[in-house]
Ligand binder design. Sequence first.
Ligand code: KIV
Ligand code: ZN
Length: 523
Amino acid sequence: MNAVDDNKVIIFDTTLRDGEQAPGCSMTLNEKVRVAAALQDLKVDIIEAGFPAASPGDFDSVRTIARSIESSTVCGLARCNSKDIKRAWDAVKDAASPRIHVFVATSQIHREHKLQMAKEEILKSAVESVSLAREYCENIEFSPEDASRTELEYLAEVVQAVIGVGATTVNIPDTVGYAVPGEFFEIFKYLKNNVSGIDDVRLSAHCHDDLGLAVANSLAAVQAGARQIECTMNGIGERAGNCSLEEVVMAIKTRESHFGLKTGVDTKRLYPTSRIVANVTGMHTPRNKAIVGENAFAHEAGIHQHGMLQNRETYEIMRPEDVGRSHSNLVLGKHSGRHAFRERVEQLGFPLDDIELNRCFEKFKRLADRKKDMYDRDIEAIIMNVDVGKAGPWIIDELRITAGTGTVATAVLKLSHTDGREIREAAEGDGPVAAAFQALEAGTGIELTLKNFEVRGVTVGDDAQGEVTVTVEYNQQSFRGHAVSTDIVESAAFAYLEVINRILRRHDSNGDIEEKTIAVGNP
Ligand code: KIV
Ligand code: ZN
């Protein structure tokens, strides 16, 4: 393969690995499977499903995804040690197209302070690990972590060595988002000019957004010959996040005359996929976010609107329908039937089977009794939250709140457990939400430290639904839950219980709360 002549840029999605690693973005197994299915529908080439050695839960989710995905390659991450590599292979081996991604840090600061390893030791470890991974799998990616801060000569030496033992993709990470486009371009050019056999492997860019340059750096890399971009939906990821998939894909498509490149992504699935990831992670995109933000295609200024009416291209470089945004925000109401509901769900791009559709339609009808107009975002919230509060083990049967000016808020709660237990609990708090949280903690025996509490209106109007996202800490781990209701105290209670249930479910499946291996440890 001569990657330079190839005009297709491979899209390697790491939403489920680097994205999920971000605080508060952790997903349950079902959520990961749902996101992986959406990424397959989006036609990304590779799904990095997780880091199998990090925890038993990560292993299970990578294996489940590997077994369920048919048309994208499924990749598992591994550090340079035999245990990680074996674990990664065991997790991905049933995939239609498996890949193992091996990494080790190469920069001086990582060598000295994180790994305490000399250059030669790291080189040896990289070579042994890629050789071992190649015994399991033909498709091997290697990443020299913190490559953009690594001495160029040493970087080239490591890249040359791993190509020599069978790496098929070499990924150059800008791990801390330090690079600027011209410099990142030069790193790729240097490798192209100084590593023999480099044209026989696929070069890849993996950029973080600490300086807001992840997309620009990734585009600079493809201009220098990279033909794989690692990115995440909505740009989620550690710290400021990763290169945003929707932005980089639309830059390549919209400026095809400039780049002369293509991706295989079905851009009409970008917006629905972005909504699924935002709903599942609770990481909502800013209104002005390129491509998928609420305002990305809104024209407010009169002069712009006038121009748009004459010719859309005066102020529009992409058509909203090309990224899967519908023009109409048709309003449904309590008289809308199953057929109209199904049609809207399909237009919004949510693939539901008949059983799921029926469950959502029932919820739609119940909600339509409380709320006059049902907008697209209400329908999305129904789809994404239809199972919230039902997975147990604890279920809220009743919640009564008394609150008002000059009175202490109280919550009276009736909870039932899937093992048959029923509990009544009453608690006081500074306000209705605090009282509900106290009652839930007392009833379930799980004490949490609330780190963040966010409320947002799903739509507009005085009967709008409120979405609550809570981020809590338990056993030094961060957990997130969210729920939607027309009553925000109710959404807050459901969101809090969702977190408690997540913790208890993990407890049940592992005997203890699972600890993730820290990704940066010694190989
Ligand atoms: O940012 C990084 O360096 C990574 C590697 C594991 C590829 O995520
Ligand atoms: Zn990364």
